[in-house]
Write a protein that binds this ligand. Structure first.
Ligand SMILES: Cc1cc2nc3c(=O)[nH]c(=O)nc-3n(C[C@H](O)[C@H](O)[C@H](O)COP(=O)(O)OP(=O)(O)OC[C@H]3O[C@@H](n4cnc5c(N)ncnc54)[C@H](O)[C@@H]3O)c2cc1C
Length: 429
């Protein structure tokens, strides 16, 4: 069997690396060489969760282990008339590595192990052409490539961006809690994220402004950087001063600047769920994974983690053998559906004004660290997270369980999944 993988982001790469481990012939197509990705604009600012790190250990690509690549803590601060704050630390630590380092390294590992990586222009036409050479074409080309697949209106929660983003890598920002992700919620205004990040220039800080469209933060998020960097920096500082003064106080104004002009991502993302497959010819199908299938707003930091989850699910389905026909596509989509639906619903919920259930959890976490710990654990378990906030009864049960649960031991290490691992786990320093 010959599998074509169109797109070499995290979804395509995790699929290619897993198929390679399983001895299945695959060709990975991408738009740019590893060098071009390394030298390009920032793509995103991805936090990779414990389960993604476990998959990376399984794939033997757990390349980043130094403390500067990890986020070991998380604080949540709710601003407004009822201020709340709590810790929700991840166990194990999150990995926070620039995808301009991460993706090229994985491509090079894949090639070094004998994998075929072809740099080409992927369009609907070439996906069609690829059908001639492959028994299945997996489309992992991200948001734009998703247009090959019909939108699922019943599952797509919105038809317009729910946040306008302005995220960048900065110098001169101080942290309150060492190596913590700091998440500020301003109901009606949006969110501010600050977190440690590892890029080609070493340790920097991500500052992400997520503006509710039409709210007071939106104009700041739309200010272009290149036209007038000084105006841009001053507008970001003013926004911090107005909305998150404690964070503003930790900024050293003389050192504050975007790390590089290319270290900025601005704009809005339309969350969308698509059908995961379509016929390319009478007997060859295209199957979507990652953002080509489902696009989420980054507010819950799930897109790349979901793409990795689906990549390994798809690899196991492919390994079960042909035919890769419509029945295969339907069954594989259904296999991924419960997990993916949870991510979509939870993310949509976080984009709306905080529900009474969510506020109950925040209040309880503010009063009891055990609740914060249980809430943190659910970030890496989307079905459990969605269950805990979907209705008041579930929230009450979650809170009762959380209060009686012993605290998780602090750890930044990951263990390899038990399923026939060919990877290895390295202790984190
Ligand atoms: C600001 C921001 C912050 C984020 N934070 C997080 C986070 O903390 N955690 C998280 O899990 N997710 C996060 N995400 C989401 C995450 O970045 C995506 O969900 C994830 O990268 C999708 O991976 P993918 O492999 O499916 O697609 P992509 O990353 O889009 O990769 C697709 C690949 O296909 C190639 N390709 C695309 N089109 C073509 C073409 N026409 N021709 C040839 N090649 C093509 C591209 O070059 C690319 O390499 C964030 C996103 C943004 C924008």
């Amino acid at each position: 069997m010959r599998i074509g993988i169109m797109g070499d982001g995290i979804s395509g790469l995790h699929l290619a690396l897993r198929l390679q481990q399983l001895g299945i012939d695959a060709t990975l197509f991408g738009a740019r060489s590893p060098e071009a990705v390394r030298n390009g604009r920032a793509l995103n600012f991805v936090v990779r969760s414990g389960s993604t790190r476990r998959r990376e250990a399984l794939l033997g690509v757990d390349h980043w282990t130094s403390p500067d690549t990890l986020a070991e803590a998380r604080t949540v601060v709710v601003h407004g008339p009822e201020p709340l704050s709590f810790r929700a630390d991840p166990h194990p630590a999150y990995s926070v590595v620039d995808f301009r380092l991460y993706l090229p390294a994985l491509v090079e590992t894949y090639i070094a192990r004998g994998g075929r990586h072809v740099v080409t222009d992927l369009t609907a036409r070439t996906a069609h052409d690829a059908a001639c050479d492959h028994d299945l074409v997996v489309v992992a080309g991200g948001r734009a490539a998703g247009e090959l697949f019909p939108r699922d209106p019943g599952r797509s929660p919105f038809d317009a961006p729910q946040r306008i983003l302005c995220g960048g890598l900065y110098r001169g920002v101080g942290e309150a809690v060492p190596r913590a992700i700091e998440f500020h919620v301003m109901p009606g205004v949006g969110e501010v994220l600050r977190m440690p990040f590892h890029c080609a220039d070493g340790r920097v800080d991500v500052l992400g402004l997520e503006a509710v469209p039409g709210g007071p933060l939106e104009p700041v998020c739309r200010i272009p950087y290149d036209a007038d960097p000084a105006r841009f920096h001053s507008a970001v500082l003013d926004a911090l001063h107005r909305h998150v003064p404690d964070l503003r106080e930790r900024v050293d104004e003389r050192a504050f600047r975007l790390n590089r002009p290319t270290d900025l991502v601005q704009g809005g993302i339309v969350p969308v769920v698509r059908r995961a497959w379509r016929a390319l010819t009478d007997d060859t199908y295209a199957f979507a994974v990652g953002d080509a299938w489902i696009v989420n707003d980054p507010i819950t930091a799930q897109g790349a983690n979901l793409g990795s989850h689906c990549a390994l699910e798809t690899a196991e389905a492919i390994a079960a053998g042909p035919p890769y026909d419509e029945a295969f596509c339907r069954a594989t989509e259904e296999r991924m559906r419960p997990y993916a639906d949870s991510v979509v619903r939870w993310t949509a919920d976080f984009l709306r004004p905080p529900s009474p259930q969510l506020l109950d959890i925040f209040r309880a976490a503010d009063a009891d660290p055990a609740v914060g710990a249980a809430f943190a654990a659910n970030f890496d378990d989307p079905p459990a997270m969605w269950h805990s906030i979907a209705d008041p009864e579930h929230t009450a049960a979650f809170l009762a369980g959380a209060r009686s649960r012993p605290a998780a031991p602090a750890s930044s290490t990951v263990a390899v999944a038990a399923t026939g691992s060919q990877g290895h786990s390295r202790g984190q320093t």
